[in-house]
Design a protein around this ligand. Sequence first.
Ligand SMILES: NC(=O)c1ccc[n+]([C@@H]2O[C@H](COP(=O)([O-])OP(=O)(O)OC[C@H]3O[C@@H](n4cnc5c(N)ncnc54)[C@H](O)[C@@H]3O)[C@@H](O)[C@H]2O)c1
Length: 353
Amino acid sequence: MAKGKLRVGLIGSGDIARTQHLPYWRELEAEGRVQIVAVCDLIKERRETQASLCANAKPYADYAKMLSDQDFDIIDVCTQNRFHAPASIAGLKAGAHVLCEKPMAMSVKECQAMIKEAKSAKKKLMVAQHMRFEERAQKLKEVIESGKCGEIYTAETKWLRRRGIPGWGKFHIKKESQGGPLIDIGVHMMDLCIWLMGCPKPTAVSGKVYCKFGDRKDLFNADWGTPYPPAEFDVEDYATALVRFEKGITMQMQVSWAANINAEIEDMRILGDKGGVGINPLGFFSSDQSTLTSATWDWMSKEDGHRREIHHFLECVEKDKPVMVQPEQSLRIQQIIDGIYESSKKNKEIVIG
Ligand SMILES: NC(=O)c1ccc[n+]([C@@H]2O[C@H](COP(=O)([O-])OP(=O)(O)OC[C@H]3O[C@@H](n4cnc5c(N)ncnc54)[C@H](O)[C@@H]3O)[C@@H](O)[C@H]2O)c1
């Protein structure tokens, strides 16, 4: 059981840290449960501004220096994907529990190295899959776990934007992020869907990725940040896949940052032999003898996921409880991702594991 205020350090203080991590750590600091003692970012203005918003945080440009300078109970990694594994491993080696933004890392090999380090350091490691923590996701999980859906046999999930390529960060550069919407929003949708299905083990994947928009100057949407040089874009802007799991379970997935569709679609359906659930509309769909039945909860919020996730991680550290997003589950998502890219390249189904 942890005692006193836990010492928190942030690595990366860009968009997601500024809007969805630091505000909640500061909330916990105000409650007297943590002290934010350090904020690290390569960009001076970012580390200094974010550190100045905390009661007593020192800004750092180099996370190795930060980790050797002070003791930490918790490290929160919010850099672009390329640094998720090295910064998390450094945090674990320094004796801290680590919360790391999604995706877990850039490859299966990196995920395995992170898990190995967490095990040998005996520290918690959790990937920030905030969608699991949303009220709507918790409701669907409760319905599925009550047995009302019966045997889950298939699912489909999609998040398609008409014009929504992120212009900030390094999302469009392969060596910084590994990929495009598959990594950005596909990771969220697949993690949520597979968790709702009860975390079946993936066995094979067939996928295809496309790049039809990202390097076209004329299609940039100012609502999504400032334009990057189009020639930098070397990731996909559309991905589709069929994933096979043990016991014959399947999942279809489609994601895009840009597609010629009417409007943005965010959808998920999980089907069982007694009932099915979905997020759009949010509900449970079944039948009672000859009558079709539906229950919907569309008023439920999806706004609070990040806040609940950070509160959950702190509580797991304080009370030594298991984290809700087990790193082995995040490794399986990475196996699917690597499989989709390999399948796309080789034009064939890839066996996982
Ligand atoms: N959970 C979500 O809904 C969600 C949403 C957006 C982004 N993300 C994830 O958050 C991460 C960051 O995304 P973002 O939008 O904040 O990007 P960003 O570019 O705004 O922020 C990343 C920050 O990390 C800093 N950084 C990079 N390398 C560093 C290093 N070695 N040491 C210290 N600082 C370093 C950069 O200078 C930058 O300020 C990505 O992995 C992304 O996938 C998650």
